[in-house]
Design a protein around this ligand. Sequence first.
Ligand SMILES: [Zn+2]
Length: 449
Amino acid sequence: MKAAHPHAPAQAIASLWDSHHFSPLDKAHLRHQDIQSVLDEIAEYPAVTRQTIGYSCAGKSIERLSIGQGPLIILAWTQMHGDEPTATAAVLDWLKLLHLNASSQALALDADWTSLVTLHVIPMLNPDGAERHTRVNEQGIDINRDAKHLQTPEGRLLWQQVQTLKPDVAFNLHDQNPYYSAGETPYPATIAFLAPAFHPDKHVDAPRLRAKQLIACMADTISHWLPCHIGRYDDTYSLRSFGDNIAGTGASTILIESGAHPNDPHRQVARKMNVIGLQSALEALLGKLYQQKSLADYYRIPDNVEDGLVDIKFSRVTQRCGEHEYVADISVNVDKQGRATVKHIGDLSGQSGFTHVSAYQTTVQPIRTFQLDGPMVLTEAEYLALLQQGFSAFVGDRSQLDNQSILPVLVLPEPPAYSTLYPGAPAFWLMHDSEGKQRAVLNGKIVHL
Ligand SMILES: [Zn+2]
């Protein structure tokens, strides 16, 4: 290792990433075809070998890129869940930056590091799920729950790689849903770590201690950019999962979950932080820097809190149930298809919204629906007039309504069973403030009437 300022090496990889990451991979989702030209480019790097190690259920190639010939074996795989692409871009970036370093020596790596380490990367273990944009594979199976039964070709392949390569350090790279917060804060966990348990008693042996120490190093480095956005996952043992089973082989196993960041729909912040984190783990291994970290350094990372965040939080909204008036918060989440639904109603003081709407002294109006009796052309002016009259949804045949406004409409097949909002209901409602000014919430978006 070169002697340097503690953050200097990370600054070097960060600025290399800024100028040289694969910009075509800046996408909301990555499929098999999206990475082929990048794999071709990486395969041309003199130090890299590319090997097709097998095929997915539907016959797509699964490849491994390797660099180095050293005795310390590192194995990283990504996108085992097809709809979790962030780390796929990150590991490909990382290989490119390691390649560029061979001539620039910009990184804090000794020139002979490839004689000390062999790094294997399997980008996109589940190309069929990537194609379908689903978590599961072509068989509909969650590969990460197939570590024991090995009924998926992709799971068998991963297990075979682990048996053959016998990694000392394993990186299991995923994306988490955007609603995890770093501790009980309003900050999304953009990166979350776990050193998975290999037994229900959560025993910490030497390899697991090293995984925790490496995570402490990675979190330390990343916190330079993201001081409030790093979480630590719960380590309940999961018998069926790969991370836990690979930890059981004696590999120091590290789960990294890429998460949301404000105004970052393609998760490019998490992508860059993966690269910085992986590089800092490599440097910590080569320089044995991880030995300076303790378990306390690992446990100091705040919990990765599930449902700590929602897309939109309306706080302190007045609602009515019959004659009874009450004040409650309403949270709304937007799914992959863009549908906004009510998530929770009540005291949501532990949850923060990516968007926050203060609705103090604002009253939700009872849900009223407009009956469609035949074909209807809906102009924006007509829609706004109906909203002002208190209609927030239509009832009838969706195909009869020709919505010519730019505003979303809700058409229900039959009248709703409730006149109040309810968890799971579409986020369409009307509300008015104490001065009588009306606002519509249409698919979670506020429209002033
Ligand atoms: Zn996952």
